[in-house]
Design a protein around this ligand. Structure first.
Ligand code: ARG
Ligand code: ASP
Length: 718
């Protein structure tokens, strides 16, 4: 019975899933054009991506290293999420000028705040370079030989593709290296903070509502790109001028109705759509539970500390947001995989493939070999997960790791400078205030001891057994490590780093440190990167390489098996288009979610005693007087967010959400929790992306912050 149900479910999903699943390559969008137009789009594929004329792609950027953003004015005004601008907002915030809490609005250009290190990357054009990248590659090569040749070809090609220009080139594999595309980019390095709502708007609902619908987060912030006098990228200078984009988006006040066509245009980071049942099982049932349990520990300590003082709240704001984000997503992902019988679904697909492949020698052994490799990978993967989520959970161990790496770096090399500056950054974050430091020590000690013991209890720290015979002894031992390490003596540690030259004495001092010593033993157990004969890192890499190689064959086989299907390539932080329609869903029995939320819901959630649900008096006043101006919907409500069936993932945050005419109607910022397995398995009944309604964004800028000058820069379509 169960079996029939699953088979049927797969049939259904393979037949209809294609409707909204997929993240498509802009250059090849002609292939989707007819389907997109049938779904309601009024524009053409070349309006979205064109190399000869300005097209929508010129209005979209990779924001920093992992978000998306869009130009909305002729003078380089850029919208992205609040959580994408978060660390820059935090870095400009102090307890006296707390922009994170109170918001910030530059009254004019001179007040816009430079953000060193922040970049905005525009795609100039892309090219299929498979032939050039695979030039010289033969069937008989080992994977390592192939990789070396591919790397060499990529390096040469990148140079030749950008010669004589200020562009930069990135070449990436698609379909596990069956295909390669080159991206010629323009990277802007002077990006300034223009405005941000206060946290209780930009992060309303906080980590409690994160990944959830109904949602009321005003998740946006405003930046501006600056260039030199030639409209070209330049590092920060007072003489720089606002960038004049080739294209900026029109902003529509028309809003959304259920069923409307929408598309999301941005930089999805990673999906693993084609992996086998073993990989799904490993993620859902092995890795995720470890990660979740270890993050429970860290979060409980950080959150408790955050209640103690505003300084500590600020100190832990970024780590808590990051740790909590994965923690919650993985819970949804594992549940979603279970609900979908994800492992069985994959097994069924694999049986289907095997039947087809049995008479094709090229493909007949692929799945069996993948299974064998996963059986070998699994225990190594478990070790690595414990190592990264438990052993490296504390600041102490993370900094011990930096010291260990420093000890291995060649003096004055790039790596050496990078590590030293990472240590400096962590020092200044920790030590600027004595009170923070004292509290942090206690928090970090608890995290260090508890996560370590958790790993030890399940046999993931057997190297401690020689020295300590009971948990109580181990606890004492860990406390001693914590107290004795130089890392936990702020002045002496800073002095050591200041004078560090990589001398014999320096190295001896590093080696003698009890935290570094412990780290090294733990690392060699988990990764064996430099000790012993059984080099696990190498083994792990070998196995992953072999899996990669087989996946290349497997996916090529699937494409051959189903020649009429349009297989989208997994996300890899390159520009993609996802399309679908605005739609609510049923998260569970007897519950139906509508497709949009409003300001009324913010007032409903208001709770002055809970940090995440505090509502600004000024926002409440605007709600009371219904002072929504042109931003209200037809029913007179102030819309806040909406959901749709677009296939998105991490990295898509900040992406423009566009209507049938290519106008901006929203800013993508999240997915619904019930659909967070979409990186592995997409289910049209549950997978929804969450977008900020652009009308709420404008309402906050205009009515709440009074920053009319920014609205005036935009092209608003009523
Ligand atoms: N879940 C969203 C994403 O993956 C938002 C994360 C930031 N917000 C937060 N409360 N941590 O990026
Ligand atoms: N919130 C994610 C991001 O930052 C988007 C997602 O995972 O859906 O990119």
């Amino acid at each position: 019975m169960k079996r029939t149900f699953i088979t049927f479910a797969i049939l259904i999903t393979t037949l209809v899933a294609w409707a909204d699943e997929g993240m498509w390559i802009p250059m090849l969008l002609q292939r989707n054009e007819a389907a997109m137009q049938r779904a309601g789009m009024h524009i053409s594929a070349s309006d979205i991506y064109d190399v000869n004329n300005a097209s929508l792609k010129d209005a979209v950027v990779l924001f920093g290293g992992g978000c998306s953003g869009e130009f909305v004015s002729a003078e380089g005004l850029l919208l992205t999420n609040h959580h994408c601008g978060y660390s820059y907002i935090v870095s400009h915030s102090t307890v006296e000028h707390d922009y994170l809490t109170h918001g910030f609005w530059a009254a004019d250009r001179s007040q816009e705040l430079p953000c060193p290190g922040l970049t905005a990357t525009r795609l100039v054009r892309m090219e299929d370079v498979t032939a050039q990248v695979l030039d010289g590659v033969s069937q008989t090569m080992t994977e390592a030989e192939r990789q070396a040749l591919v790397a060499k070809n990529i390096e040469q090609l990148s140079k030749s593709l950008t010669q004589g220009t200020h562009y930069r080139c990135v070449i990436k594999p698609f379909y596990y290296g069956n295909q390669y595309f080159a991206y010629i980019n323009e990277v802007f390095t002077d990006v300034r903070l223009v405005g941000t709502p206060p946290s209780n708007i930009g992060k309303f609902g906080g980590d409690t509502d994160n990944w959830m619908w109904p949602r009321h987060t005003g998740d946006f912030s405003v930046f501006r790109v600056y260039t030199n006098a030639n409209n070209e990228p330049a590092d920060y200078s007072r003489d720089n001028r606002p960038y004049r984009p080739l294209k900026h988006l029109e902003v529509s006040l028309k809003g959304v109705n259920e069923g409307d066509f929408t598309f999301v245009f941005g930089y999805p980071g990673t999906t693993r759509r084609y992996v086998t049942h073993d990989a799904v099982d490993l993620a859902a049932n092995v890795e995720n539970p470890i990660r979740i349990a270890m993050r429970d520990i860290r979060l409980s300590h950080y959150k408790r500390a955050q209640e103690l003082s505003p300084a500590l709240r600020l100190r832990y704001a970024t780590p808590v947001a990051n740790i909590a984000n994965g923690w919650k997503k993985w819970q949804g992902e594992s549940l979603g995989i279970e609900r979908l019988h994800g492992v069985e679904q994959k097994q069924e697909q694999e049986r289907d493939f095997s039947r087809w492949a049995s008479s094709r020698p090229e493909y007949s052994t692929v799945l069996g070999n993948l299974e064998k490799l996963y059986a070998r990978l699994r225990p190594l993967d478990v070790k690595r997960t414990w190592y990264s989520e438990a052993i490296l959970a504390s600041d102490l161990m993370q900094r011990a790791n930096l010291l260990d790496l420093l000890g291995q770096a060649t003096p004055e090399s790039d790596r050496w400078t990078q590590i030293l500056s990472a240590i400096d950054r962590s020092n200044s974050r920790l030590f600027d205030e004595d009170t923070i430091w004292q509290s942090h020590l206690e928090v970090d000690r608890a995290i260090f001891v508890e996560t370590f013991i958790a790993a030890w209890r399940v046999g993931q720290a057997p190297y401690m057994d020689k020295k300590y015979r009971s948990e109580a002894e181990l606890r004492k031992g860990l406390d001693r490590v914590f107290d004795k390490s130089l890392i936990n003596k702020p002045e002496r540690f800073a002095a050591f780093i200041d004078q560090y030259s990589g001398s014999k004495d320096d190295l001896a001092k590093i080696a003698k440190d009890p935290a570094v010593d412990l780290l090294r033993v733990a690392k060699s157990f988990a990764l064996a990167s430099y000790l012993g004969s059984a080099n696990q890192t190498e083994l792990y890499n070998q196995i992953s390489d072999s899996i990669n190689l087989l996946m290349r064959t497997y996916i090529r086989g699937m494409m051959e098996q189903y020649p009429d299907s349009n297989f989208f390539p997994d996300a890899n932080l390159t520009l993609r288009v996802a399309y679908g329609h605005v739609e609510g869903f049923r998260p569970r029995d007897a519950v139906r979610y509508t497709h949009y939320s409003t300001l009324d819901g913010i007032i409903e959630k208001e709770n002055p005693n809970i940090y995440d649900y505090v509502v600004e008096p000024r926002l409440k006043e605007l709600w009371r007087t219904k002072n929504y101006g042109p931003y209200a919907n037809a029913q007179g409500e102030m819309p806040v967010a909406f959901i749709a069936t677009n296939h998105t993932t991490g990295g898509n945050s900040g992406s423009p959400v566009l209507d049938a005419d290519g106008r901006l109607i929203g800013i993508n910022f999240d997915r619904c929790w019930e659909g967070t397995m979409s990186d592995l398995l997409f289910d049209p009944a549950y997978c929804r992306n969450i977008s900020l309604d652009v009308r709420y964004c404008l309402f906050i800028i205009d009515r709440y912050a009074g920053a009319h000058h920014l609205i005036e820069e935009m092209d608003i379509v009523r």
